[in-house]
Design a protein around this ligand. Sequence first.
Ligand SMILES: Cc1cc2nc3c(=O)[nH]c(=O)nc-3n(C[C@H](O)[C@H](O)[C@H](O)COP(=O)(O)OP(=O)(O)OC[C@H]3O[C@@H](n4cnc5c(N)ncnc54)[C@H](O)[C@@H]3O)c2cc1C
Length: 291
Amino acid sequence: MRPFAYERPTTIPAAVALLAEHGPGARLLAGGTDLIIRLRDGTIRPQMVVDLKRIAELDDEIREGDGGLTIGARTTMTDIAADPRIRRDFQALAEAAAVVGSVQIRNRATLAGNICNASPAADTAPALLVYGAIVVVTGPDGTRRIPIDEVFVGSGVTTLARGELVAAVELPRPTDRRGSVHVRRTRRRGHDLASVTLACAVTADGVTRMAYGSLGPRPVVVSDETGVLADPAAPDDAKMQSLEPLFLDASPSATSMRASPEYRLAMLRVLGLRAVGTAIERLAEASVGGP
Ligand SMILES: Cc1cc2nc3c(=O)[nH]c(=O)nc-3n(C[C@H](O)[C@H](O)[C@H](O)COP(=O)(O)OP(=O)(O)OC[C@H]3O[C@@H](n4cnc5c(N)ncnc54)[C@H](O)[C@@H]3O)c2cc1C
């Protein structure tokens, strides 16, 4: 690992000032589960690492407000997976957080880090897309709230400007009964990044939202408003026909070591159909504003 300067600011303005001063040579550190690996293998060689863990405004709280939940930038996967409000109203996110890495990784890995690392295989991304999460970003020009779909650009690339950092993630409160689920496919049991990671939510008004990752440079979110997917009585072949157009933007890499494009596309169909079935079952059990 190349030597670098290390700073641990205690306020957001101090962190933003360090980013402004050092430009592309500065990197933010949250849980470090992505960053440290890249420092070690030399794929990034920053002059300065800015540790966010002492910044009181970037906390690890999950707050409930009128509009929904706000997840602080330092909230870990362990805390998200265990939170009763997330498990009740945002079940796919709780399930996604629960399968990230291992216990040790989940105890360090933050939701904000998972977003900012922008891996196409990021497990929490599909759930955040399905729930229409809002990313609260702070930088030299103040604070802005960005719909999560406008954050992802490509592998490792987001729309965050230089000097900006994620302060929190907001999950809008569900306005209707909803059933949702996260599913994924990995090469082997145990720790592995997903060959397909997918979240699906079905609401009582018959709308199905689905998002999938590891099938192109960024995760994709789609929806079906015909009601066919959400119809418990619709046969699988009719559902499959409705799913096909939702998968048109899947463009898996031909050079990935994890799985072939053909395998990923086949698994996308299998998991998509399965996820719709589970979301419908959960919708039937959900109370108003429930999961
Ligand atoms: C063994 C192992 C297994 C893993 N398994 C999975 C898995 O199954 N699924 C999965 O999705 N991921 C997995 N990961 C990846 C990783 O754990 C997650 O992406 C994690 O959520 C990253 O969060 P972090 O807090 O550790 O981020 P860090 O490593 O600290 O940072 C990651 C990136 O985000 C930036 N960043 C962090 N916080 C902020 C912020 N608040 N504002 C702006 N930029 C920020 C950093 O500068 C860096 O570029 C695995 C990693 C390892 C090492």
